[in-house]
Write a protein that binds this ligand. Sequence first.
Ligand SMILES: Cc1cc2nc3c(=O)[nH]c(=O)nc-3n(C[C@H](O)[C@H](O)[C@H](O)COP(=O)(O)OP(=O)(O)OC[C@H]3O[C@@H](n4cnc5c(N)ncnc54)[C@H](O)[C@@H]3O)c2cc1C
Length: 365
Amino acid sequence: MADKKKFKAIIIGGGPVGMYLAHALQETGIDYVLCEKRDAIPPPTAFGLFLWPYGLRLLHQVGLLVPAHPHGYPVRMFDRASLGHMLYDTLREPAAHIRTGRQLVDVERRAGGVTAHFAGGSREEGSIIIGADGIWSTVRDFMRRDAPEGLFDEFPYVAGYRAVFGRSPLPSSSASLELERQPRRGRKGFDYTVDASDAAIAPWLETRITNDLTFRNLWQSRAAAGGAGLDEGMVLPNQGMGANGGFEGAASLVNQLSALLRHESDPGAAELRQAFLAYQAERQGVMAAYQRMARDELDGWTRSDSKGGPPLDALRATDVLISPMVARSVRLDSVPFPDERAGFSPWLYKMPAEAARAAGGGPKL
Ligand SMILES: Cc1cc2nc3c(=O)[nH]c(=O)nc-3n(C[C@H](O)[C@H](O)[C@H](O)COP(=O)(O)OP(=O)(O)OC[C@H]3O[C@@H](n4cnc5c(N)ncnc54)[C@H](O)[C@@H]3O)c2cc1C
């Protein structure tokens, strides 16, 4: 194997999912470089992020966040900036693997690999590119360009909501989110700057948050705020599942790559396609279920007549369905996890027998 080239993944995007992916590849022994278009990781403006037990378990497995909790792992709210710093600072040799100020502008497929081209003329060569570049993904644009016509829907994820979010220093409230349906579908569908958000939240200003607080109080004392169209929200943010699902997807993909590289250190396009198909098979149904639950729940919340009936039934169904899905969530097959926590609802994901035998070592490159 020594004469074969070394497999290397190029990650595009240094958000929470790209950074978790960097840790997962590192711990699995797969070489990578991560390219982020902004000048810093994390970016200066960042809001809150809920991590569910399965997201925290994945962070724990790669050596981060050892949580003390009687039931295994809690659900916990994170400041995105602190999480981003932690993910960066705990990488081994981050300077060797992370490049900021690198905006992907083209992808070139060539024999035996791929070249990523960045604004300003720099480039990276690798075996594969993994898109972790968020909504309106540039990587997906290049996949669409190179795919047979009609294979990709131009607007694959349409949520039909927009949101205003912010952070307020008032006691007993750290974050708030208001959502409303939006009429338009499409890329860059409407302007939703903070100024526009001021007008957009006007109908909710008198909404009571607690006995002493209205939404106006939170809004007026906000430390930071922003607005976003959720028209490409794969999973709507009301359940806080987007980044959690991204972590799980990253673990699932790394598992497939790790299993492939254990047998073949220089896989060809056909073998890589099989690995990506296996990843898709594992993740597509789960993410579609989360997507449906988030949409049904949000429809329940936002119906003005939701005093019972179908919307409430949808909320109850969500409660019943989520726990088993969390219990079956993926973890990294080739990273030993002797101190994994468990609660009254045990983890059900089983490593493939082969990966279990190999646990203790990454792929033989
Ligand atoms: C209001 C709100 C609340 C949310 N709350 C939660 C929550 O509580 N829990 C949860 O799990 N999820 C939540 N989500 C969803 C979560 O924010 C996303 O799922 C998560 O940010 C996705 O992470 P990511 O790393 O894939 O993408 P992103 O966070 O979007 O990061 C993508 C990165 O790629 C970079 N990039 C983009 N294009 C290029 C390019 N061409 N070249 C190089 N770099 C590029 C960007 O600069 C960015 O740094 C929420 C979303 C919203 C809108």
